[in-house]
Design a protein around this ligand. Structure first.
Ligand code: ADP
Ligand code: MG
Length: 684
């Protein structure tokens, strides 16, 4: 019955077109098209009581009507209710307009009271009603809807009223079972309250209760969808791959370090998932430098041990290359084939790589295979022979849609997402509700904390002499320039300027330059020389922000650090402090500093723990911005605002869980109603 509300709106074509531009297609959509504001035409104010700055309805007799030729031509109509006089002012009017306001006529005017030059009350461009005998005032506020040109308030109100009539004849007051939602304003009432708000309801703030209810329902629907995806994925059959020890054990023996307790714990969770005949969907969170890569490699080896393929996807070319070289180094002696699908491959190399991936037994070995690439490469027409596991590194760099689209590759491969950007639990509950969570909560032992200092750019020379002594100690240095999003050209100019400056200061040193405009072969060549220790300084844009791992680099200078976000600073700084040597991070800044920039720089200087930094970030920016473009991929929320309504998420999640187990049909109806426009998510 409620699904009747999803019928297409039946109205003449020209209005329908306008409604469609507003993304209103069904009667349900109309119900949710709540007013952007209200006008209170329910009571008449005495002119003497109408206070300046408020929007009020007044009624009075016309005293005079005249067209004035002041700086701009204007029509002035003075009215009075014998308590005071108000002047109505019109700047846009047709010549015959004045004749509609004969002296003595009774009219009502609605608008904002202002004072003119002489301290007299005025209303500019009021809404006018002619008063007929015994005309009653409406008993609800007049809704003002968001419209487009060519669609009047009257027209949209009329179709919305039809939708309200439809809702009215549906007998239910609740879509959700009342016992689950008893603390909240009921649904039907909420819709009516918002469209037909009475002064009394307004005084009791019931419209806010009604709005909360819609927000809650919306988040419940979002949760149901994410939970559906979770269920659907976990019901997906997948290849059960059990850890056999052949390669995983050999690799562990060969490593120069022992895994931390946290790494062992998350590996156990991952192994358990892989062994199941259903698909793994796990998010691995661990601070920068906590050693996620080795966990990923060990997970991939389980696939290889079982004669399957595993694949890891990195957000940048540089990171993909790095993973490739490191993984190859580690695994080559075990006789495992590692293939890199990078943009730098020649067409011929690509062809060979594709052929091997399609049938890796061609390449001789009888064991599985590891494939490394960026998302772009992965999306291309690569056919996997038997892909059992996909790992996404730095997954916060990918949208939810990209994440979900992995589903379409291969035979339901197990999925592991890795991220160094921790987000608060309530947000994770919203955005990662389709994933299980593993957390690495400790860093490998023996790391010396990074010293972070702030240096005004006017004292740049001191930084240069610090660098000089660091180089004498054979330390390697990153020198980073922030990305300027608006201008590729400026970016290049900035890094080039710094590069030339440093070359002039240190003519005998190996200095590398890396930025997004280089070809990928060039980038990988430079990263290679830097990690091999052939370069002392690497001047870089933020292309090196994520994942790059050169343990001997222990100094980082960041230019214009005041322009960078907290998580970017944290990620960047995470490139150092990876070896045993103590590390220094120098944040160059330029005055004047905004308040936010000051807070950010303080936060980064005083904290090294990524979870704490994320918390600070949340305080400074709020979750909306924290999530950034990630948000664009999630079932979009129209009412709920994750910034203000975080507290609703756990409540909604609880209700969603109960609902989908106790009444799956209702759960389905609910998601259909709320997200029928977002097919992508319903498909899953
Ligand atoms: P992230 O979690 O940021 O991806 P990486 O996987 O790049 O971190 O690891 C950072 C560095 O720590 C690497 O050089 C890696 O070899 C090293 N590492 C990883 N695990 C351990 C460990 N248990 N003990 C010592 N060093 C480790
Ligand atoms: Mg990493």
């Amino acid at each position: 019955m409620t699904l009747n509300l999803l019928k297409p709106i039946n109205v003449n074509k020209s209005i329908l077109e306008k409604l469609h531009t507003l993304n209103l297609h069904t009667y349900w959509d109309l119900l949710l098209h709540i007013p952007i504001r209200y006008e209170d035409l329910t009571s008449i104010y005495l002119m003497a009581n109408a206070s300046v700055g408020t929007q009020v309805l007044v009624e009075g007799e016309i005293l005079s009507t005249e067209v004035l030729h002041k700086r701009t031509k204007q029509l002035q109509v003075k009215i009075t209710d014998h308590t005071q006089i108000i002047t109505l002012i019109f700047f846009h009017f047709y010549p015959n307009y004045a004749s509609q306001y004969p002296v003595g006529k009774k009219i009502r005017a609605y608008g904002e009271i202002k004072l003119d030059y002489y301290g007299q009350k005025t209303i500019t461009h009021p809404k006018i009603q002619t008063v007929r005998d015994n005309q009653e005032l409406p008993n609800t506020f007049s809704p003002i809807y968001s419209v487009v040109q060519g669609l009047s308030q009257l027209q949209i109100t009329k179709v919305i009223d039809e939708a309200l009539d439809m809702l009215n004849i549906i007998e239910m007051v609740e879509i959700l079972p009342g016992n689950l939602i008893s603390n909240y304003y009921n649904f039907k009432q909420s819709i009516f309250t918002l469209h037909k708000l009475t002064p009394k309801q307004f005084a009791n703030k019931l419209h806010l209760d009604a709005l909360s209810r819609l927000k809650l329902d919306e988040i419940i629907a979002q949760q149901l969808i994410m939970y559906n995806i979770y269920q659907y994925k976990h019901d997906n059959s997948a290849i059960s791959i059990k850890q056999k020890g052949k390669y995983t054990e050999s690799l562990l023996q060969q490593l120069p370090f022992k895994l931390t307790k946290a790494q062992l714990r998350v590996l156990k969770e991952i192994y358990a998932d892989l062994a199941k005949p259903t698909q793994m969907n796990r998010l691995l969170q661990g601070d920068v430098g906590s050693g996620k890569t080795i966990v990923a490699t060990l997970a991939m080896l389980v696939a290889v041990e079982n004669n399957y393929q595993a694949c890891i996807i990195a957000p940048t070319e540089i990171l993909a290359q790095q993973h490739y070289f490191k993984t190859k180094q580690l695994l080559e002696c075990l006789g495992i084939e590692v293939i890199c699908l990078s943009g730098s491959l020649t067409p011929k190399e690509k062809k060979i790589a594709y052929a091997k991936i399609a049938d890796y037994e061609l390449s001789g070995g009888k064991v599985g295979q590891i494939i490394i690439g960026t998302h772009a490469v992965f999306q291309a027409s690569v056919v996997f022979k038997s892909l059992a596991l996909v790992i996404i590194d730095e997954q916060h760099r990918f949208g939810v849609k990209q994440r979900l689209s992995l589903q379409e590759k291969g035979n339901n491969p197990h999925q592991l997402m890795m991220s160094a950007t921790p987000i608060p639990r309530s947000l994770a509950m919203s955005y990662y509700a389709d994933l299980d969570l593993s957390i690495i909560n400790e860093l490998p032992p023996g790391r010396t904390p990074i010293k972070t200092i702030l240096v005004n750019n006017t004292r740049r020379y001191e930084v240069i002499s610090f660098i000089e002594s660091a180089i004498a100690q054979k330390r390697q240095i990153y020198w980073v320039c922030p990305l300027i999003e608006e201008s590729e050209k400026l970016n290049l100019e900035n890094v080039l300027k710094v590069y030339t400056e440093l070359q002039a200061k240190f003519p005998n040193l190996g200095i590398g330059l890396i930025h997004g405009k280089l070809k990928s072969v060039e980038k990988s060549g430079i990263m290679h020389s830097f990690s091999a220790g052939e370069l002392s300084i690497l001047v870089a844009t933020t292309v090196i922000e994520v994942g790059v791992d050169v343990p001997n680099a222990s100094v980082m200078v960041i230019e214009h650090s005041e322009r960078m976000g907290l998580s970017a600073l944290h990620q960047l700084r995470g490139r150092i402090g990876r070896g045993v040597a103590s590390s220094d991070c120098i944040l160059l800044y330029q005055n004047p500093l905004s308040d936010v920039a000051k807070k950010r720089l303080k936060a980064i200087q005083n904290n090294t723990d990524g979870f704490k930094i994320a918390h600070e970030d949340l305080l400074i920016r709020g979750p909306g911005e924290l999530l950034g473009n990630r948000q664009s991929g999630v079932p979009l929320l129209k009412f709920a605002n994750l910034e203000l309504d975080l507290h609703l998420i756990p409540i909604a999640q609880g209700i969603a869980k109960k609902l989908s187990s106790s009444n799956p049909d209702l759960a389905q109806t609910h998601t259909k109603l709320w997200f029928h426009n977002q097919e992508f998510f319903l498909k899953a």
